[in-house]
Design a protein around this ligand. Structure first.
Ligand code: BGC
Length: 476
């Protein structure tokens, strides 16, 4: 559907500001590689390069691991408690409960409020699913704690919070050991559980996908665990000699390599290369961590809707859209449109693929979610901007995947299997065409050129819990 000339030129201009091409992602992949190397070498973290956090997991599962473990998973919106019975044959049995974290707890005054809430949920889970372990058993259950925020990890069961992301803001937790905080609150409740491993969700995703993957069948090795959900990040296995910041005293005996939590959300915080529209600047200012995780703020589910919302507000303020509506309402827009974070990426996913007459479906959605009546032209504009934002996100997402594939390809030079990326998160799983666009962009970068190997993107659903159990299984 065509737009009046003036609106058409406005929309085309916005599209071009969000547009990135193959030449850009090739260049950005090289820059990503150098940022990884800087992060692997620098003894302390800096805004300038990626954290590249050693995860103290020194091997990748083979699928033969066995036993019953607990996992507690604090990610974005939900807290999950699971028990995982690893069968030792690439399969497992999982029981789980999921709790939506109240906003007051995400913004609590003190860490204890959050961690006592988490411990109580572990208690209810045990009461429901493993009542015998709660008090009676002599042996404690081992728990792997998936904690999906940047942590300065110093051992498998030790790590202090660097900073909160994704809407959490409890300043008092920064620099404190999150394993200790959880353990202390479990002890207070008299729960017979020991937190033996701390793992980022991406580390968990890598381990769980590797456990489930049977290379004899898939003819592929699991190279990366990645999340594209509320936030984004990835983990991979690096050889010890490539991690200069890991001094000899910190290398566990006999280890040849270690899983690295890249925290790629913090790629290019100084904006040397990332696209930076005025709307990205506005969104960054609204967050609790301005100036950090700028890559994440262009890619992940928490931000896509907000970018669209601030573009719409900007166009409204310039008098290009919602003109009659505002006139009827005495100059203002419905309050939901004015409030940050009201537009979930899920809403964008419906708008993205709306092919109803005059985009009526998008109209209903905007009305329902934001109480915002729209004209046909406005809906066309909204759909085109949505597509521009999500296309940029998917294209950018290919950069870390391709960079890591190219960085590790020598590790696999004596093996002819393909590479697989284990991915989890609402955006990669559900956003229409997101996966296909990532793969198209990875193909344009062509990180495995000359090897004859293919790249597969596989969904590793809810892998983080199983992965934490696998990390716990490495503890004697
Ligand atoms: C966090 C990462 C996490 C990612 C995906 C980011 O905001 O910093 O630790 O892995 O979200 O959940």
């Amino acid at each position: 559907m065509s737009l009046p000339a003036k609106l058409e030129s406005i929309v085309s201009d916005i599209e071009s500001q969000f547009s990135i091409d193959d030449a850009y992602i090739v260049k950005a992949t090289k820059f990503f590689l150098s940022s990884m190397e800087a992060g692997l070498a620098a003894p302390s973290s800096s805004r300038e390069y990626m954290p590249m956090i050693p995860a103290y997991v020194t091997s990748i599962p083979t699928g033969k691991e066995k036993g019953l473990f607990l996992a507690a998973d604090l990610g974005g919106t939900n807290f999950r408690v699971c028990s995982i019975d690893l069968k030792g044959d690439h399969t497992f049995e999982l029981k789980q409960s999921k709790y939506r974290i109240p906003v007051e707890i995400m913004n609590a005054e003190e860490s204890e409020e959050l961690f006592s809430y988490l411990a109580k949920k572990v208690e209810s889970f045990l009461e429901e699913h493993h009542a015998d372990y709660h008090t009676k058993s002599k042996d404690h259950l081992k728990l792997g704690f998936t904690f999906s925020f940047p942590v300065n990890q110093t051992a498998l069961d030790q790590g202090t919070l660097i900073r909160w992301t994704k809407g959490f803001n409890i300043p008092d937790t920064v620099d404190r050991d999150v394993v200790e905080l959880l353990q202390a609150n479990l002890v207070i409740l008299g729960i017979n559980v020991k937190v033996v491993a701390l793992a980022n969700d991406t580390v968990g995703t890598l381990l769980s996908r590797a456990y489930v993957n049977d290379p004899a069948k898939t003819k592929s090795n699991t190279i990366i665990g990645a999340i594209f959900g509320t936030g984004t990040n990835g983990a991979y296995y690096e050889t010890i000699e490539n991690i200069p910041k890991l001094t000899a005293d910190k290398v566990p005996e006999g280890a040849k390599g270690m899983v690295i939590n890249t925290e790629w959300g913090s790629f290019d915080n100084t904006l040397s290369i990332l696209p930076n529209t005025k709307w990205d600047v506005t969104v960054d200012k609204e967050t609790a961590n301005p100036g950090y995780h700028l890559f994440e703020k262009r890619i992940s589910g928490m931000f896509l809707g907000e970018i669209l919302r601030v573009v719409l507000i900007d166009l409204f303020e310039q008098g290009h859209i919602f003109v009659d509506l505002a006139a009827e309402r005495g100059g203002s827009l419905p309050h939901r449109v004015k409030e940050p974070w009201q537009l979930d990426a899920e809403i964008l996913s419906y708008i993205e693929i709306d092919d109803s007459t005059d985009l009526q479906m998008s109209g209903l959605i905007m009305q329902n979610v934001l109480r915002l009546p729209t004209t046909k032209e406005e809906r066309v504009l909204i759909q085109r901007i949505t597509r521009a934002i999500s296309h940029r996100a998917a294209y950018l997402s290919a950069i870390p995947l391709a960079a890591i594939a190219s960085k590790v390809k020598d590790q696999y030079k004596d093996d002819d299997r393909d590479f697989e990326f284990g991915c989890d998160g609402s955006v990669v799983e559900f956003y229409p065409c997101f996966r296909d666009t990532i793969l198209k962009a990875v193909a344009a970068i062509d990180p495995l050129k000359g090897t004859g190997k293919k790249i597969h993107l596989r969904i590793a659903k809810d892998g983080s819990g199983v992965g934490a159990a696998l990390a716990a299984s490495t503890v004697a």
